[in-house]
Design a protein. Sequence first.
Length: 264
Amino acid sequence: MKSNFSFKTLDFIPEAFRGLKKPPENIYYTGDKKLLDASCKIAIVGTRRPSSYTRNFTSILAKKISQNNGVVVSGGALGVDIVAQNAALPNTIMISPSSIDIIYPASNAPIIKKISEQGLILSEYKEGYMPRNYSFIERNQLVISLSDFVIIPEANISGGSMQSAKMAKTFNKPIFVLPQRLDESSGTNYLLQNSLAQGIYDIDNFVKMIFGDDSKNLQNDEILLFCKNMSTFEEAYLRFGEVILEYELEGKIIRDNGFLKVNI
């Protein structure tokens, strides 16, 4: 599916890519390239057919990573990838297996369009490039190398995400997985059983481990500090104006019986 995205060539190759055996010669992009400067980038990759349990977990986790100014990196694929990237908007980087003028997969076009407008899409391929079998391996290599941590919520032992796990080990990137039932997600269960990955048993504890305690985030945010003291929406709106609506849309605050609660 052709896109109407305007794109440019990065004037540098990200440091994370330079150490690869075969680093890309060029990187093309559309969107906000400042996301490359984020201090914490976390890859979330996994099966194209996640369970509802995995979808819910992935969405909540990606959203909380974004709320803490982390960036979710993935490949825009069906399933876990696109669920994570949609929840993390605008703090997400998609690395495409095609050139940027081609939306792949086409079924994810509405969300990929949002990523191009609000997040960042990268590709090492020139205009008119449709994915080949090896393109997905090359794409996955860039996803893993760009990230500081790798999360695999669900994967089968024979799935492509296990190749990403091998890459993560090669690049010395910590791997985290979602604990699953014994007869489900054979890949992540294997990683956990063999001490190749750590389990995320509590999302909030994981986020605190990566980003620090919530109180540190509140100290420098006057709006969140104000809302933490059981303020009403009307009081907050009178003081801060429409930025309160932005905080609500971003999920940083929620309304509960007329009062505001901090949601990070």
